[in-house]
Design a protein around this ligand. Structure first.
Ligand SMILES: Nc1ncnc2c1ncn2[C@@H]1O[C@H](COP(=O)(O)OP(=O)(O)OP(=O)(O)O)[C@@H](O)[C@H]1O
Ligand SMILES: [Mg+2]
Length: 332
């Protein structure tokens, strides 16, 4: 497989206007503005092969969206190189955009006043999509994303999940070779997420589209990606297989339990109880299956407390990042 995306020592720093506090500070600021600098992307390098599907994860503010924006040519890098499909995105934007699709979960790309179908007609015109291709894609996406019921309704009337599906179809209508997804499942329910994941995976596999998928949801990654890039504080922390990461995090577990009464104590080593916001009766119990078995923990809990509800949570991205820093997960 050929390399299609190449990123080398990519850097981007934002200059942020620092506001003074109070009246005096505000006045002082007008005459002597002060700035802070935030290194959002710090010497990031990676390369992606044609047809690959790469999960891009990291905590809030890690630099994921900034990287995606530079990859799609919306933002200029300060330094470093990017080539995608032979183009330098920010320099050859006009020719480049025909080759890529971009989906931002936080921001709709299609018009609120039009129906998805009307927007698609506009896109067809802008990208000069041939009739046959347009029809083919439209029919296929409409079916795969289950859009029949709302394709003629104004976008403002759609649910978030419907709107997102309409957005995804819009980004793919011109048959791009590469697609960047920045949190396409954010705020969407389980059923909606599943439709999106299936669609993304199908297009990656059957059409060999190269994809980068940014998300905070590990389930998104597990359902679609084999390779994972993790960034934290602007730096690349991990680049390797999901399988390898899973081996490391598979032993850390969190149980969410709702109790009948207080206080809640647990006399078991290697376990930690933390609060769940807004509910004193609900607790998270973190443990590691290398040290305590689920069975042992449940027995200890049930013998000392009355439990209303209990469920096992998937390990979160923060836990994975902690494991990387602690050396429990190393790049493979
Ligand atoms: N236009 C901007 N001006 C100033 N600072 C910015 C700008 N865009 C991003 N930043 C800062 O750069 C850092 C990286 O932001 P970015 O949006 O890339 O993070 P992210 O990984 O996408 O986070 P999230 O998971 O919350 O979407 C943050 O500290 C953010 O505040
Ligand atoms: Mg982001």
């Amino acid at each position: 497989m050929e390399t299609i995306i190449n990123v080398n020592n990519l850097c981007k720093t934002f200059k942020i206007h620092k506001r003074g506090t109070g009246f005096k500070g505000a006045v002082k600021n007008i005459f002597h503005p002060t700035y802070e600098y935030k290194k959002a992307v710090n010497e990031v390098s990676f390369s992606i092969k044609e047809g690959e599907m790469v999960g891009f994860i990291g905590p809030n503010g890690a630099g994921k969206s900034t990287t995606v924006k530079m990859l799609s040519g919306i933002l200029y890098p300060d330094s470093g190189d990017i080539t995608v499909a032979g183009y330098i995105p920010h320099k050859q934007r006009k020719e480049y955009v025909a080759n890529i699709g971009v989906v931002f979960g936080q921001k709709s790309q299609i018009s609120w006043d039009l129906s998805p179908l009307d927007s698609y007609e506009v896109i067809k015109h802008i990208y000069k999509i041939p009739d046959k291709k347009y029809k083919e894609n439209l029919e296929r996406f409409s079916e795969l994303l289950d859009m029949g019921k709302f394709i003629n309704q104004p976008v403002r009337q759609l649910s978030l999940g419907q709107r997102m599906r309409a957005d995804i179809a819009a980004a793919l209508l011109h048959s791009p070779k590469i697609v960047f997804f920045d949190e396409p499942t954010i705020g969407i329910d389980v059923v909606g997420k599943d439709k999106i994941r299936k669609f993304i995976k199908t297009l990656n596999q059957t059409d060999n589209i190269t994809m980068i998928f940014t998300t905070h949801d590990m389930q998104d990654i597990e359902k679609t990606c084999e390779r994972l890039i993790i960034i934290d504080d602007g730096k690349k922390l991990y680049d390797g297989s999901l399988e390898n990461v899973k081996k490391g995090y598979v032993s850390s577990r969190i149980i969410e339990a709702e109790f009948e009464s207080l206080p809640i104590t647990l006399d078991l080593p290697h376990t930690e109880i933390t609060d769940v916001e807004n509910n004193a009766m609900k607790k998270l119990i973190s443990f590691n299956t290398d040290e305590v078995s689920v069975n042992e923990l449940m027995t200890a809990l049930m013998s000392t407390h009355n439990i209303k509800d209990v469920s096992i949570r998937e390990p979160e991205i923060d836990a994975i990042i902690r494991d990387i820093y602690e050396g429990k997960i190393v790049m493979n």
